[in-house]
Design a binder for this molecule. Structure first.
Ligand SMILES: [Cu+2]
Length: 83
């Protein structure tokens, strides 16, 4: 099983968690949009943004509704790899 690499994780109030992951395989704005859209469709996600240059995805979510495994699965389903 793939192991996610979370490079930043912090509570942003109550049950809201903000995490930043490294993702391989994104090369252009299309990739960025695909990943952001896939993650935004998960329950409890309030923010998802890709930084292409840094190969990073930052997500903010309600940890009672979603978790980082679901984020990782959504990214993988979209065709990219969380490293
Ligand atoms: Cu692309």
């Amino acid at each position: 099983m793939m192991k996610e690499r979370i490079i930043e994780s912090s509570w942003i109030g109550g049950v809201m968690l903000r995490q930043t992951l490294i993702i391989e395989g994104m090369s252009c704005n299309h990739c960025k949009n695909v990943v952001e859209k896939a993650v935004n469709e998960l329950p409890g996600i309030i923010f998802a943004e890709v930084n292409l240059a840094a190969k990073q995805l930052t997500v903010e979510f309600d940890e009672t509704k979603s978790n980082i495994d679901q984020v990782r699965a959504a990214v993988a389903e979209a065709g990219y790899e969380v490293v």
